[in-house]
Design a protein around this ligand. Structure first.
Ligand SMILES: Cc1cc2nc3c(=O)[nH]c(=O)nc-3n(C[C@H](O)[C@H](O)[C@H](O)COP(=O)(O)OP(=O)(O)OC[C@H]3O[C@@H](n4cnc5c(N)ncnc54)[C@H](O)[C@@H]3O)c2cc1C
Length: 319
C-alpha cells in the first residue's frame, strides 16, 4: 500500500472545515485543509453576524479571519487547491485537486453549498442591504419593517412565518396558486394577520436608492402587469444547493440532496465524515457547522486510532 500524504484531509475552509482543522491540528495529526477560494466560507459574504455566541455583533469577514487565525495557530495547513474528486482506495482515500492527487486515511468533507439566487437586477447590488437568504441570520435586522419573501416551498413558508416576528408586514410572493410547502404551514401563515400572499407573481427587480433596498418590482405571470411593492427586505428561498457531486461512492442523501450521517458525522463510507451546510440537518448556521465539525474531528481521530490498532493486531508477531 502506498504511503499516505496526510492522515486527514479536510475539504473546504468554511466554519466547519476550520473548526475541524483546529481540533485535528491541535491533536498533532498530519492534516491539510484544501480551500478553492478563500478561508472563511459563507461568512465572508455576511456583513454582520449577531448570533455567534461570545460576539454580540461582529462583521462576517472579521469572524472568518478569527476562525482562520485560530486554526492556523494550532498548526493547520491551508492549501489553496480545488478538490474535484474524493474516492476510496482500499483503506485509504484519494483526494484529487487541481494540483494533483493526495492520499490520506480519513476525510472530513465540509464544502458547504450555496443558496439559489433569483438572478434579477438589483439582487446582487442589495445583498446585505435588504436582500438576504437566511431569516434566522438576518430577520432581526428588519424590526417593524416591510419584508418580502420569495418562494413556495417549506423554507419560504416557514421562514415567512418566522419573519412576522420582526416585520410589520410580510408579503410572500409565489409564482403559482399552489404551494410545495406542507398545507398545515400554508394555513398557519394564511391565519397570521401580518402575512399576505401575492400569488401568480414573480420578482423582477430589487429597487433601491444605491444604499439600501426600497421596493421589489413584481410581475403577474397571468396578465404580465408589473407593480412595485414598497419593502425594505427581500428574503429569497428558492433552494439551497449542497456541494455533493465531488464524492464518488455510494453516499446516502436525504430528499433535498444533503448527505446523511450518523451522530458521529460519519457517512456510510467508513472514514468519510461530513459536517456543516452540506449535511442533512434542521438548520444551517455557523454554530452547528462548528459543533458538527468538532464531532467529526474527534470521530475521525478515533477512526484512525482504531484502524492503526487493528493493523497492529493483525500484523504477524516478530517472535
Ligand atoms: C448571506 C448569508 C448570511 C449568513 N448569515 C449567518 C449568520 O448571521 N449567522 C449564522 O450562524 N450563519 C449565517 N449564515 C449561514 C452560515 O454562513 C453557514 O451555515 C456556514 O458558513 C456553513 O459553514 P460550512 O463550513 O459548512 O460551509 P461554507 O461556509 O459554505 O464553507 C465551505 C468552504 O468550502 C469551500 N469549497 C467548496 N467546494 C470546494 C472544493 N471543491 N474544493 C475546495 N474548497 C471548496 C468553499 O469555498 C468554502 O470556503 C449565512 C449564510 C449566508 C449565505
Amino acid at each position: 500500500m502506498a504511503e499516505r500524504d496526510y492522515e486527514i484531509i479536510i475539504v473546504g475552509a468554511g466554519p466547519a472545515g476550520l473548526t475541524a482543522g483546529l481540533y485535528v491540528s491541535r491533536s498533532k495529526i498530519n492534516v491539510v485543509c484544501f480551500e478553492r477560494l478563500a478561508p472563511g466560507g459563507e461568512i465572508l459574504n455576511t456583513e454582520h453576524v449577531e448570533d455567534y455566541p461570545g460576539f454580540e455583533l461582529i462583521g462576517g469577514p472579521e469572524l472568518a479571519q478569527k476562525f482562520t487565525d485560530h486554526a492556523v495557530k494550532f498548526g493547520l495547513k491551508i492549501e489553496m487547491e480545488d478538490v474535484s474528486e474524493v474516492r476510496k482506495d482500499g483503506e485509504d482515500f484519494i483526494v484529487k485537486t487541481d494540483m494533483g492527487e493526495h492520499r490520506c486515511g480519513a476525510v472530513i468533507y465540509t464544502p458547504g453549498g450555496y443558496p439559489r439566487k433569483l438572478e434579477i437586477p438589483g439582487e446582487e447590488e442589495y445583498a446585505g442591504k435588504g436582500v438576504s437568504y437566511c431569516a434566522l441570520c438576518d430577520g432581526a435586522f428588519f424590526q417593524d419593517e416591510v419584508i418580502t419573501v420569495v418562494g413556495g416551498g417549506n423554507s419560504a413558508v416557514e421562514e415567512a412565518q418566522f419573519l412576522t416576528k420582526f416585520g410589520s408586514k410580510v408579503y410572500l410572493v409565489h409564482r403559482r396558486q399552489g404551494f410545495r410547502a406542507h398545507q398545515v404551514a400554508v394555513d398557519k401563515l394564511a391565519d397570521n394577520e401580518k402575512a399576505e400572499f401575492i400569488l401568480d407573481h414573480v420578482a423582477e427587480e430589487v429597487i433601491g436608492d444605491g444604499k439600501e433596498m426600497k421596493a421589489l418590482r413584481i410581475r403577474n405571470v397571468k396578465t404580465n402587469e408589473t407593480r412595485e411593492v414598497e419593502a425594505n427586505g427581500l428574503f429569497v428561498f428558492v433552494g439551497f444547493i449542497p456541494h455533493t457531486d465531488i464524492i464518488k461512492g455510494d453516499m446516502e442523501k436525504d430528499e433535498a440532496g444533503f448527505f446523511v450521517t450518523d451522530q458521529n458525522m460519519e457517512t456510510r463510507i467508513p472514514g468519510l465524515f461530513v459536517a456543516g451546510d452540506c449535511r442533512s440537518q434542521l438548520i444551517r448556521q455557523i454554530t452547528n457547522a462548528s459543533g458538527d465539525a468538532t464531532t467529526a474531528a474527534v470521530a475521525a481521530e478515533k477512526y484512525l486510532e482504531a484502524q492503526a490498532d487493528a493493523k497492529k493486531e493483525s500484523a504477524p508477531s516478530a517472535s
